[in-house]
Design a protein around this ligand. Sequence first.
Ligand code: P6P
Length: 339
Amino acid sequence: HAADAYRTDLMTITRYVLNEQSKYPESRGDFSILLNHIVLGCKFVCSAVNKAGLAKLIGLAGETNVQGEEQKKLDVLSNEVFVKALISSGRTCILVSEEDEEATFVKPSQRGRYIVVFDPLDGSSNIDCGVSIGTIFGIYTLKDAREPTLDDVLQPGKNMLAAGYCMYGSSCTFVLSTGSGVNGFTLDPSLGEFILTHPDIKIPQKGKIYSVNEGNAKNWDGPTAKYVEKCKFPNDGSSPKSLRYIGSMVADVHRTLLYGGIFLYPADKKSPNGKLRVLYEVFPMSFLMEQAGGQAFTGKQRALDLVPNKIHERSPIFLGSYDDVEEIKALYAAGENKE
Ligand code: P6P
C-alpha cells in the first residue's frame, strides 16, 4: 500500500540501539559506535555475497581482477572488512575471528573496552550453491581497565553484553540481543538501513522440527540417538517431527528461532567436542535462544556456563525451543545415571 511504502516512523537499528542506550545515562555512546561498525561490515558483506555469483560468472572469483590482484575468497575478504571496521571504531581491545589463528590485540592508541568474537562468514562453503550464509558475533567488555589479556576473552557466554548474526539470504536480516530480548532488522537496500521488522522475537515453547546432520548418526552417543529416534518414531502418539537441515548454522538457527524446534550439532565418536566453535558460534546463538525464551545445552551443562580454555575450542550444542531442549537434557541426565 502507498501508506506502507512511505512509513515515516522508521525504527532503524541505529535508532533502536540509541534508544537502548538512553536506558544507561552514564553510557557515552561507545556501544552504539561499536555496533554501527559491525553493521557497516555486514552491509559490505551482504553486497559482496550478493555479487559472488556474478563475480564467479564474469570470472573474477579466484582469478586476478582488473588491478591484477588475486581475487580474495569471500570469507577472507569479509574477515578483513570486519577486522578493519572494528579496529577503526576505536572501541575494541581484543578481536577473535574464526579466520585468524591468534587473537588480535588492538594497539593502545586505538583501544576501547569491548572484546568482539566473530565468524565473519559462517557456512561459506555454501556460497557457490546460493544457500544462505551469515556473520555471527558476540561482545564482551573488559573486566577491568588493566592491559587486556587472553583471559579477558576466555569468559563464559553468560558474560556477553550482546550477541547477534546477520544472515545473507533472500533478504539481509540482522538479529540482535543486547540482553533485553531479541529483535530482527531487515536491510532496505534502497535506504541502506536495517529496519526493525521482527520486534521482540520469542521462540515457540515447543516445535515440530528437528535439525541435525543425520549422516553422522552412526557416530552419535546414546542420548542423541535416542532423542532423534523419538523425533522420528514418537512413543506418545504425537506425530513425528519434520527434519530440516540446511547445513549453514545461521540459516538453521534463524529458522529454529522463528518457527521453533531444535538444532543439534552433537558430539560424535569422530569429534568428541562436536564441530561448532564455542566463542563465536555456540555462545552467540545460545545467548539469542535464551533471550528469546528458549535454551541451549552442551550435553553436560547450560551452554552459556561453559568456560572456554582456547579461543577456537569446540562444543556439542543442542539449542531451540525450551520444551524440546528439556527432553534431550532428560535423556543425557538418564544416560549419565546409567554409567
Ligand atoms: P556439517 C558450516 O560449514 C558450519 O560451520 C555451520 O554453519 C553448519 O551448521 C555446520 O558447519 C554444518 O556441518 O558437518 O553438518 O556439514
